[in-house]
Design a protein around this ligand. Structure first.
Ligand code: PLP
Length: 384
C-alpha cells in the first residue's frame, strides 16, 4: 500500500459514531444529512426505471436528457450554459475526485480554504499533490476570508484553489465581491478554481429559492473553473450517489475518459430519479430550505444563549459550528457527549486543525423537536 494511503487519517466523525455502537438512546446529529427520506416522486421514478428493465450502462457523461435538464436548471439559476459542459457523476465526492484527477498530479500545489470537509483535502493528497491550508479567520463564531492571505498563498505555482461555499462545517459563504476578487486573482496566477457548491441552494440569506453566490454567475465559459454539484443536499438524495460537474467547453469529453476509468457511468435508474427531482425542483427546493430554516432558527439562537457557547448564524449549509468555553479537545468532548449525555455531534478537529475546539451540529431534521431535545441534553451536560 502506498505510504500516502497509510498516512490518511481515519474519519474522526466515524470514531465518535463508533463510540455509540450498540446504543439506541443517542440523539445523533453527526452526519451531514437530514433524517427525511427522499421525496416519493423521486423514489417512484427509480422504481419505474427498474421496472422497465433499465439496468444497463449509460453514456460516460450521463443520459442526454439529464444533461439537458441540468443545463436548464443551472442556466435558470446562473448564466446560460450548454449541456455539453455537464458531466454527470456518481456522487459529489466522485465529482470532486474527478476534478482533482483531471487537474493535479504528484508534486502540484493545491491551496484549500479551511476548515473544510476532509475529503476535499484528502483527495489531492492521495494524488501526491502538496496541499496547503488557507484558514478562514474566526471572530465571535463568525468565519471570514482574509483576501490578503489568499493573494499571498495563491501564486503562479498554485495549480488549484479549492473553495467550498457555503462551507461545511462553518456555514461561511463567499460574498459576490470576494468571489470576483478570487476569480481575478486566479486569472492572474493561472490557477484553476475548483468550487464545491453542493450547498448552493441551502442558503438562508436571500429570498426563498435564492442561491448562494456562485462562480457560475461571474465566470466566462473558458475560465479555469470546475464547479462541483450534488443531488444529495438539495434533493434529500444522499444515499443515491449522484452529482455533476460544470466544466469549460471542450473539457467534458476529457472528463468522459476519466469517468470511464473510475465508475464508467452513473446508474440509469438513479439518473431517472434525478430527472424527476429536477422536474419539481422549483417547488421542492424552496420548501426544503424553508424547513431547514426552521431547524436552523430552532437550534442556533438557543445554542447561542447557553453560557460559554460561541456560535454564529450560518448563512448556508446544514450545520451549526460552535465552541464551548474550556473545552479545547473536540474529539474528547464529542466522545464524552455521547457517553454521558447521549448526544452525537461531529468533532471540529475532523475538519482540520482550524476546527479544533469546535463542534459541528447538523440541524437538518424533519422534526425540529429533536433539536430542542438535543439542546436539553447539552445544557444538562454543561450543568446549566
Ligand atoms: C462540502 C461537501 N462537498 C461534497 C459533498 C459530497 O456529497 P455527495 O458525495 O453526497 O454528493 C459533501 C457531503 O457531505 C460536502 O459536505
Amino acid at each position: 500500500m502506498r505510504q500516502v494511503i497509510r498516512d490518511l487519517p481515519g474519519s474522526k466523525i466515524r470514531e465518535v459514531a463508533n463510540a455509540a455502537l450498540g446504543r439506541d438512546d443517542v440523539l445523533a446529529f453527526w452526519f451531514g444529512e437530514s433524517d427525511e427520506a427522499t421525496p416519493a416522486h423521486i423514489r417512484e421514478a427509480a422504481v419505474r426505471s427498474l421496472g422497465a428493465g433499465e439496468t444497463f450502462y449509460s453514456h460516460n457523461l450521463g443520459l442526454a436528457e439529464l444533461r439537458e435538464a441540468l443545463a436548464r436548471y443551472v442556466s435558470a439559476l446562473h448564466r446560460p450554459i450548454d449541456s455539453g459542459r455537464i458531466a454527470v457523476t456518481s456522487s459529489g465526492v466522485s465529482a470532486l475526485m474527478l476534478a482533482m484527477q483531471s487537474l493535479v498530479g504528484a508534486g502540484d500545489e493545491v491551496v484549500a480554504v479551511t476548515p473544510v470537509w476532509p475529503n476535499l483535502t484528502a483527495q489531492p493528497a492521495i494524488l501526491g499533490a502538496r496541499v496547503s491550508r488557507l484558514p478562514l479567520v474566526v471572530e465571535r463564531g463568525a468565519w471570514r476570508l482574509d483576501l490578503e492571505a489568499v493573494r499571498r498563498a495563491v501564486t503562479a505555482q498554485t495549480r488549484v484553489l479549492l473553495v467550498n461555499s457555503p462551507n461545511n462545517p462553518t456555514g461561511w459563504t463567499l460574498t459576490r465581491a470576494e468571489q470576483l476578487q478570487l476569480l481575478e486573482h486566479c486569472r492572474r496566477t493561472g490557477t484553476w478554481i475548483v468550487a464545491d457548491e453542493v450547498y448552493e441552494r441551502v442558503f438562508f440569506a436571500g429570498a426563498p429559492g435564492d442561491c448562494a453566490p456562485s462562480f457560475l454567475d461571474i465566470a466566462e465559459p473558458d475560465d479555469r473553473l470546475l464547479v462541483v454539484h450534488s443531488f444529495s443536499k438539495s434533493f434529500l438524495m444522499t444515499g443515491w450517489r449522484l452529482g455533476w460537474i460544470v466544466a469549460p467547453p471542450g473539457l467534458a469529453a476529457e472528463l468522459a475518459k476519466l469517468i470511464e476509468f473510475n465508475t464508467s457511468c452513473a446508474p440509469v435508474f438513479v439518473q431517472r430519479a434525478a430527472l424527476a427531482a429536477l422536474g419539481q425542483a422549483d417547488r421542492t427546493v424552496p420548501e426544503l430550505v424553508g424547513r431547514l430554516r426552521v431547524c436552523r432558527d430552532t437550534l442556533v439562537p438557543r445554542l447561542a444563549a447557553l453560557p460559554g457557547v460561541v456560535v454564529a448564524e450560518p448563512a448556508g449549509g446544514l450545520y451549526a459550528f460552535f465552541s464551548v468555553e474550556g473545552e479545547p479537545d473536540s474529539l474528547a468532548l464529542a466522545k464524552r457527549l455521547v457517553a454521558e449525555a447521549g448526544l452525537g455531534l461531529a468533532p471540529g478537529a475532523a475538519f482540520g486543525p482550524e476546527g479544533e475546539g469546535w463542534l459541528r451540529w447538523c440541524f437538518a431534521s424533519r422534526d425540529p423537536s429533536r433539536l430542542t431535545a438535543g439542546l436539553e441534553r447539552l445544557s444538562r451536560f454543561l450543568k446549566l
